[in-house]
Design a protein. Structure first.
Length: 254
């Protein structure tokens, strides 16, 4: 976060210095011309100003405008990056006190909707024995009641967009599901879908899936954000599995 602020500070300061220099030079030249006119050494400003001076003024104004626009664009870009980093940090800290897999998954699903402005979020976990993805948490239309999933479904590995992501281990965005034969209708048809694998120890253990009614809704920024969240989720699930296994072994010994 500090590096992000520092980069913006240096770039912004550089542009401001250029703008300040050009503005100072412009005002200095305008002052000189005014002094000469007052001394009646040349004719009035609008009739005798040399063409090069007019061109110079126009050029300076254009450069100043470019500096202002560039600075605004930099500010918006760094604000987006700051928001993205703040969101990832929030997810990491919100999962700190979650000690069961169900708690982790429900927390991620809820916060995907709240912080990423998604309409729908469903998290699947892989059942390795049956080779199917099982809906374990949801937020949005699939979750009308707290910690309950409306008409939960299971997706075989390799089936649908979600099942394909679980097999390949690669995230995917589908901008128009009406043109993708793999699309599986769940509670209602939506036109955009994004699926990101949850990976632990180089193995896919689940998938975070989100759908939206609007075509081309999901962006690469959404994808990168969800990849980071899935990585945090995978690490936390892995840690929880290890802790649960240790407790079971301890209970067996006793």
């Amino acid at each position: 976060m500090f590096q992000l602020v520092r980069r913006f500070w240096f770039k912004g300061l550089y542009l401001l210095c250029i703008g300040r220099y050009l503005l100072y030079d412009l005002l200095h030249r305008a002052t000189k011309i005014r002094e000469i006119r007052n001394a009646k050494k040349i004719l009035p400003f609008h009739t005798e100003m040399p063409p090069m001076t007019v061109a110079y003024y126009i050029g300076v104004i254009i450069i100043l405008l470019v500096c202002i626009v560039t600075l605004c664009a930099l500010l918006l870009n760094y604000l987006k990056k700051y928001k993205a980093e703040a969101t990832v940090t929030y997810f990491a800290t919100s999962l700190f006190g979650k000690n069961t897999i169900d708690d982790i998954l429900w927390d991620v699903a809820k916060n995907c909707i709240r912080h990423l402005n998604f309409e729908d979020c469903v998290i699947y976990l892989l059942d390795p024995q049956r080779q199917v993805l099982v809906q374990k948490a949801a937020y949005g239309p699939k979750n009308p009641v707290r910690f309950e999933i409306k008409h939960p479904i299971e997706i075989p590995l390799g089936k649908g967009i979600t099942g394909n992501v679980a097999v390949t281990g690669k995230p995917e965005i589908v901008n128009n599901t009406s043109r993708d034969d793999r699309y599986i209708l769940d509670d209602e048809r939506r036109l955009s879908e994004m699926a990101v694998p949850i990976i632990y120890e180089n193995k896919v253990i689940g998938v975070i899936d989100s759908e939206h009614h609007r075509k081309h809704f999901y962006t690469l920024s959404h994808l990168r954000m969800l990849e980071k969240i899935a990585a945090i989720c995978g690490a936390k699930i892995g840690k929880t599995l290890v802790e649960e296994k240790a407790r079971q072994q301890e209970a067996e010994v006793q």
